[in-house]
Design a protein around this ligand. Structure first.
Ligand code: GLV
Ligand code: MN
Ligand code: MN
Length: 417
């Protein structure tokens, strides 16, 4: 096997850089981020690329074109993870691209474009709540207000960047708009069961779903768990429980215009947090997604109205805010056809499918057309879970498809660049 076995072995090596063994937990600007970044930079250099960290802790590898002044094609994915993650989400997209460069370099082949492979420092947004920090800087949508966002320990993004050796003011220079980038094409594990169920190793993404993140705080009244009669309570956690179920109910029905929705309460915290005290303050987060921005916005508003109604009925207070929104990102119709043709040249059916998960690619449309290749996810399609898996055979097919794309695609202005 030319690529698959090595890629899975490298993913195993990266999985060891974790904050909480034995699972993979690697959040932004941590020592484990540094370990993974150093390992990826070494792989990039060994494959024939220049590689360095940028101001926000992304590792950027570059394989120079066969001519000066050529356009740039970008790829990449993220090296951070959720808590107790699998080992392929993000990492696969980085390793498959490095494998392609290693092969090209070994054959002495240059491309008609500079090929940039980026290992983004933050996509998941676990540490600071804001997702896609590295890629947003490159896509021109970094918000400097995020520099004041704090992690659970109260460290700001600005402080964490300085401690990492980055530059909190360096984000401006990372903006790739108008810098000759003609395509961004990312490979990623599917993180769902569609390809697995259809017996296909790879698929071509049509669009990436939009998302919103909300913070909700419910305030009731603490009291003695043994003395306050049930009918007199203002229990913030019981009210929050009803709100969680409202999220589930609203997201389970079709959204505006019949669009599919998903809604998740992924974190919840109850204070004061004692077994014999009625909870006074409960905070939780909501993640709402849809392929349709209008449906997602409408569902978010309906959820907030439901929270208000539940709070009134239960005599508690509620405050909710949407602190982060990402619009849906359609993949470029014409650029999508290039990896699709590469899939067909491998003798495989071309399956097109949307992505419910977010990806670094989704913030690049202001820079250039985007496309994505999905690889089959094993174990029922589970992801954001340690059981996430893929086979070396599928990694091999996906890397061959990507390499074929790189060697056959002609950038729009390659000849006059
Ligand atoms: C990232 O994986 C996300 O979709 O939240
Ligand atoms: Mn993920
Ligand atoms: Mn991912």
């Amino acid at each position: 096997m030319r690529f698959g076995t090595d890629i899975l072995r490298q993913a195993d090596t990266l999985a060891a850089f974790t904050e909480e063994p034995p699972g993979v937990t690697r959040t932004y600007l941590t020592p484990q981020h540094r370990q993974a970044g150093d390992c990826i930079a070494a792989l990039m250099r060994e494959a024939g690329m220049d590689a360095s960290y940028d101001a926000l802790g992304n590792v950027v590898g570059r394989y120079a074109a066969d001519r000066p002044g050529a356009p740039v094609v970008m790829t990449g994915s993220h090296m951070d993870s959720v808590r107790n993650a699998g080992r392929y989400d993000g990492v696969f997209g980085i390793l498959t691209a490095i494998a392609c460069v290693r092969d090209l370099h070994r054959r002495g082949k240059r491309l008609p474009f500079d090929f940039e492979v980026v290992a983004f420092g933050d996509e998941e947004g676990v540490r600071f709540g804001v997702t896609l920090i590295g890629s947003k800087a490159m896509g021109g949508s970094f918000d400097p207000a995020w520099l004041d966002a704090k992690d659970a320990a109260g460290t700001t993004l600005r402080e964490a960047l300085v401690a990492f050796g980055g530059d909190p003011d360096g984000w401006r220079a990372l903006d790739r708009r108008g810098k000759g980038v003609v395509a961004y094409v990312e490979s990623h594990i599917e993180q769902g069961p569609v390809l697995l169920d259809e017996g296909l190793p790879v698929g071509v993404v049509t669009a990436i779903a939009s998302g919103a993140r909300m913070r909700v705080e419910v305030t009731g009244l603490a009291g003695h768990a043994g003395t306050v009669p049930m009918g007199s309570r203002q229990d913030a956690l019981a009210a929050a429980a009803e709100m969680v179920l409202a999220v589930e109910r609203i997201a389970s029905a079709p959204g505006e215009g019949g669009a599919a929705l998903v809604g998740t309460v992924g974190t919840i915290d109850a204070r004061p947090g004692a077994i014999n005290v009625i909870p006074q303050v409960v905070s939780f987060t909501v993640d709402v997604r849809s392929g349709d921005d209008v449906a997602r916005r409408r569902a978010t508003a309906v959820m907030r109205d439901a929270f208000d109604a539940i709070a009134t009925q239960r005599r508690v207070k509620v405050a909710s805010e949407v602190f982060y929104e990402l619009p849906a990102a359609p993949c470029d119709a014409s650029l999508q056809d290039a990896p699709a043709a590469s899939v067909a040249r491998q003798g495989l059916p071309v399956r097109r499918l949307p992505s419910g998960a977010g990806h670094d690619a989704m913030v690049f449309p202001p820079v250039c057309p985007i496309a994505m290749l999905f690889v089959r996810c094993g174990a029922g399609g589970i992801s954001h879970h340690p059981d996430e898996t893929m086979t070396a055979e599928d990694a091999e097919v996906a890397t061959s498809v990507f390499l074929d794309f790189l060697e056959t695609w002609t950038p729009p202005n390659a000849d006059d660049a």
